[in-house]
Design a protein around this ligand. Structure first.
Ligand SMILES: [Fe+2]
Ligand SMILES: [Fe+2]
Length: 137
């Protein structure tokens, strides 16, 4: 897959995950825990491959074009993947746990993912596109 195609796919997945988060919140408020669990599982599966593609393919292009120092901002944004991953695990656990409120966790997850996606759109993806132009020269 070309990098341009991959970025388009990643952007589409951001939109899907954003909708899934809204749906998740609605299901949790309605107490529909089984359906909420399905959404969390699907979101987790999408995100694992999604974050892998970003770290492997996109970051590699940025480092190749600009070096580690030039890739610093992208590296920092992708470091949030660890936090996203652990919050998804906490989201899964919260469905059956008695010590955490799933609605609160889903709210936290929405805030984290929305701000993460914004950073990718505003700084990482343009940087990858610029890296591609340089590497093609
Ligand atoms: Fe990401
Ligand atoms: Fe992303």
């Amino acid at each position: 897959m070309e990098i341009d195609e991959l970025i388009t796919l990643l952007e589409t997945e951001h939109e899907k995950i954003r909708s899934a988060l809204v749906e998740l919140h609605r299901l949790l408020e309605a107490g529909k825990l089984a359906e909420a669990t399905d959404i969390i599982k699907a979101m987790d599966e999408t995100l694992i491959q999604h974050m892998l593609d970003e770290e492997a393919t996109l970051l590699r292009a940025v480092i190749e074009a600009f070096g580690r120092e030039g890739a610093r901002e992208s590296i920092e944004v992708f470091q949030e993947h660890v936090e996203i991953d652990s919050l998804i695990k906490e989201m899964k656990r919260s469905i059956t746990a008695v010590d955490v409120d799933p609605i609160a966790i889903s709210h936290e997850l929405s805030l984290l993912l929305n701000s993460h996606f914004l950073k990718e759109h505003a700084s990482v993806f343009p940087c990858v596109r610029e890296a591609e132009r340089r590497l093609a020269m």
